[in-house]
Design a protein around this ligand. Sequence first.
Ligand SMILES: [Zn+2]
Length: 376
Amino acid sequence: MRTQIHALASPIPGTGHRLCSLHYGPVDRGRKVYIQAALHADEPPGLLVAYHLRQRLAELENQGRLAAEVVLVPMANPIGLGQRLLGRGLGRFELSSGENFNRHYADLSAAAWTGLKPIVEAGQIPSVAQVRAALTAACAELPAETELAALRKTLLGLSIDADVVLDLHCDSEAIVHLYSADPLWPKVAPLAQLLRSKVNLLATESGGEPYDEACSMVWGRLNRLWQQHTQSDGPWPDACVAVTVELRGETDVSHELASADAQALIDYLIDQGYIEGAQPMLPKLLAEALPLSGSLPVKATVGGILVHRPLLGQKVRKGQCVAEVVDPLDGAAVELLAGNDGLLYARETSRVVHAGMSVCKIAGTEALRSGNLLSA
Ligand SMILES: [Zn+2]
């Protein structure tokens, strides 16, 4: 295992954060797996999974079973982890800019296309390895004047040439769920099976340029550039399978869960041929993929004390009461109703809510939304 330390541009002399990446396995096979935990900083389920993964990856490396380089970033957001306000961690947004740490990742397709032009103009089709080299070079040219820009550039630079990218997050309170891109589902389904995921949300583009899509969707964008240039079909496969893995809620932290999740990720990599070993038994798929545009939030229409009704993981019907907001001053209790049929898969932790806050999310089969599909 090799450890790399990446110094992030410090906002002012005398301060600064460092990102740590752990590198296992052979680097000469042209295959790479990238796993990072807690891009939103205070997401401890993924951090504990990383703790278990690093032990297992070291064992697998010692046994010579790694068929690809495996890069693990156990704490993907040192900036956010250092942010505390009045005794509470605040890891979703950078305090300085107000920006979500999982948005605004660079679309490298145009810059990589420029780098590939000499090969294309010579009448050749660039190989996947050549495209990856062009993407890596394009990433290296990204500006990184701020600490946040440096973090985004560093994370993208570590993963833009990977075959598989697993981005470990968690929700407030939730069951396991996954986000990925439509064309990747056949390769993501075994991961959903191994993690027993009941909610698998797919989109063509979610909006907001989240990290996973910057890694995976760039291949489709490059194919479109090829089509514009040559009037023929794009030559490249979807060479990066990127998945955002939501490991339940922020307090679902135990060695039992983390150890099982780490094993599921290892088994997925065995199933996909990145780690050598006996083919794991894939459990039955618990739920087909759903459109991300079919996931609807339920918002508090008034402020007050939030009382959830159905349990996480329960099916609900459109119009069903999923929570109440109680006003102890006037004795009123306002029911919040589901806007769609579906599975209640995530909900708010705070039991004091302000009007307009999202209190839970319901995944249904019908595509009902458009535009930006991710929450703020
Ligand atoms: Zn997150």
